[in-house]
Design a protein around this ligand. Structure first.
Ligand SMILES: C[S@@+](CC[C@H](N)C(=O)[O-])C[C@H]1O[C@@H](n2cnc3c(N)ncnc32)[C@H](O)[C@@H]1O
Length: 272
């Protein structure tokens, strides 16, 4: 028999230790919490949070957002810079267990659940277990950061497109293969790229990007701790090391960063 809770994990108070008999499983809501500012939640996300009985959340979700589900049991399932407090399989079993126990479950993820969020794996696991689910999209970090840093990701004069990639290192050697394929006229936004910044710069320059390509590193976007650090591609790793930049952060690489520069100068000069 498959227990609904991973080995060694605890059921919530009042929950059976095994599958509830005669209970209709609930639908699991995979909800995007956005990049941090609670005002960037969708109305549907707010509704699901207010009605939740259990919220399984990642580290990146802010306490301001968790407070919107203060009535719910809240379970931190980890995920920070590759360190998980629960394995991905453990998270699947937890969601399945709570749904089978008849609880309204929200799986709350930073940004959008389906972008670098392993939402796809969770959908597949729920589907395989015969559990219904829905996805409530969230504003991804790149979009929140772009808006709050006055940095358009595309612009007719600077970038015809935008590529969202992860800098997170996989066990295989081809994890930065994308540096070969991004078009020189497109903006590149790198998620989880701080640790690999040197390799990313080198890869992009080896495949045609100029050393002086503008880069903005945006930390803690949309929160009171937001900070934008400007540099250029060949100095990226050094600037990250010297500027005490901390995650979560995005690297925005490309000519569009010039728009941010113009707007920042304008604001600093009191225009607008
Ligand atoms: C596991 S990914 C999750 C991405 C998320 N699903 C999304 O759509 O934004 C975590 C990475 O997203 C980026 N990120 C998330 N929130 C951020 C924020 N508020 N400011 C800057 N980067 C952020 C960072 O690169 C961080 O390491």
């Amino acid at each position: 028999m498959n227990l609904p809770f991973p080995a060694g994990f605890f059921p919530l108070p009042g929950l059976p230790a095994g599958p509830a008999t005669g209970t209709t499983p609930t639908r699991v809501s995979l909800v995007g919490a956005g990049p941090g500012d609670p005002e960037l939640l969708t109305l549907r996300a707010l509704d699901r949070l207010r009605r939740a009985e259990v919220v399984c959340y990642d580290h990146l979700v802010s306490t301001d957002i968790l407070q919107l589900a203060a009535q719910a049991q809240q379970v931190c399932v980890g995920k920070r810079a590759g360190r998980h407090s629960l394995s991905q399989e453990g998270i699947h079993q937890l969601l399945i267990g709570y749904a089978r126990a008849g609880l309204r479950v929200v799986r709350l993820k930073g940004g959008d659940p389906l972008l670098f969020g392993r939402g796809g794996e969770e959908m597949l696991a729920l589907h395989a277990a015969g559990i219904d689910y829905e996805v409530v999209p969230g504003i991804s970090a790149a979009l929140g950061a772009a808006a709050m840093a006055d940095l358009p990701l595309t612009h007719r004069d600077y970038a015809q497109g935008c590529t969202l990639v992860t800098g997170h290192r996989r066990a295989d050697a081809s994890h930065l293969a994308w540096t070969r394929h991004t078009h020189v006229e497109s903006t590149v936004v790198v998620y989880m790229g701080l640790n690999e910044a040197g390799a990313i710069s080198a890869g992009l320059m080896a495949h045609g990007r100029a050393a002086d390509t503008p880069v903005a590193v945006i930390e803690h976007a949309t929160t009171p701790r937001q900070r934008v650090t400007r540099t250029r591609l060949d100095q990226l790793a050094q600037v990250i090391a010297e500027s005490d930049i901390t995650p979560p952060a995005l690297l925005v690489i490309g000519a569009v960063v010039a728009v941010h520069d113009v707007l920042q100068v304008a604001w600093a000069g009191g225009e607008g």
